[in-house]
Unconditional design. Structure first.
Length: 297
């Protein structure tokens, strides 16, 4: 099957296309191929010519702090233009030419709290980035059975990514004997990228629609995640220092800090996303000789 996608050269897109390259033929709809996804005429022309039954929309502005600085610009902000305007253009193109759209969203659409969030919960995004991603979701909802929203959370495990994930950043600091300061009261649900690739494959095969959480099977604190990284990759845990959310994110943009996300719905399709430590061990076996000691700018 041929698949038309945006953001295929980003961290998630690069890994997914590498993993699924033997199963699908990918067409990259991006500035790199001469297509501006915020230009309606260009997008409509490309989508109309493509024989792909799906459009995979991975492209997004994901800088949470950077997005917050644009809030006052409203619909003129770069984050809104990419996360909402471009999404609506793609939705309209899919509706016009009879294609399905898979939209990658985020667990940040939830406000956080002492509970487990499922697909049935109503998003209440905090911060401009999260608000734009939820607005993007709402654009996709109008497609009905032709639309699919896939929420992911803190992806890690990239091999040849142009941008390091949070695990790579921590490994880089530990390998350079630098301190890692991590909040003990920030809970998140990290997701191994291979599971995201496999989950997307199953969703496509099932011709799925609606909303799915494609996240890992373990929620833990940022501090415990950093300790696990040190343990699995053989670094000193003494480099890891505890802090709190209020201190670590002081003077930074608002966001949800306690996000435990359910993946029960997608498990019914036959995938069982792995826990964080298992993912780290797989990553260590794959990249043992390439990650350790490597600097990321």
């Amino acid at each position: 099957m041929k698949l038309l996608g945006t953001g295929l050269s980003g961290m998630v897109g690069t890994h997914i296309t590498r993993i699924l390259n033997d199963t699908y033929e990918f067409e990259n709809l991006s500035l790199e191929t001469g297509i501006d996804i915020t230009n309606k005429e260009m997008v409509f022309d490309y989508v109309q010519k493509s024989d792909s039954p799906w459009v995979l929309h991975f492209a997004a502005k994901t800088d949470v702090d950077g997005a917050e600085k644009e809030r006052d610009l409203g619909e003129q902000s770069p984050t809104w233009i990419v996360n909402v305007k471009a999404t609506k253009i793609l939705v309209d193109a899919c509706k016009t030419f009879g294609k399905k759209l898979l939209y990658i969203s985020t667990d940040f659409v939830f406000p956080g709290g002492e509970r487990v969030f499922t697909e049935e919960d109503t998003p209440q995004p905090i911060g401009w980035y999260a608000q734009t991603k939820f607005q993007g979701e709402k654009c996709v909802y109008v497609l009905g059975d032709q639309g699919l929203v896939v929420r992911i959370s803190f992806p890690y495990g990239a091999v040849d990514s142009p941008r390091p994930d949070f695990v790579q950043k921590i490994i880089s600091r530990l390998a350079s004997n630098r301190e890692v300061v991590s909040p003990v009261d920030q809970i998140f649900t990290p997701t191994y990228l291979d599971d995201i690739a496999q989950g997307i494959h199953l969703l496509l095969q099932a011709n799925a629609s609606g909303v799915y959480h494609l996240v890992g099977s373990q929620s833990l604190s940022s501090f415990n995640a950093a300790v696990a990284i040190a343990q699995v990759f053989g670094f000193s845990q003494s480099l890891i220092t505890k802090t709190t959310v209020s201190e670590f994110y002081k003077d930074r943009s608002p966001r949800a800090f306690h996000l435990t996300i359910s993946n029960d719905k997608i498990k019914k399709l036959g995938i069982s996303p792995i826990d964080f430590v298992t993912g780290l061990r797989l990553l260590r076996d794959l990249k043992q000789n390439t990650l350790i000691g490597k600097e990321y700018i």
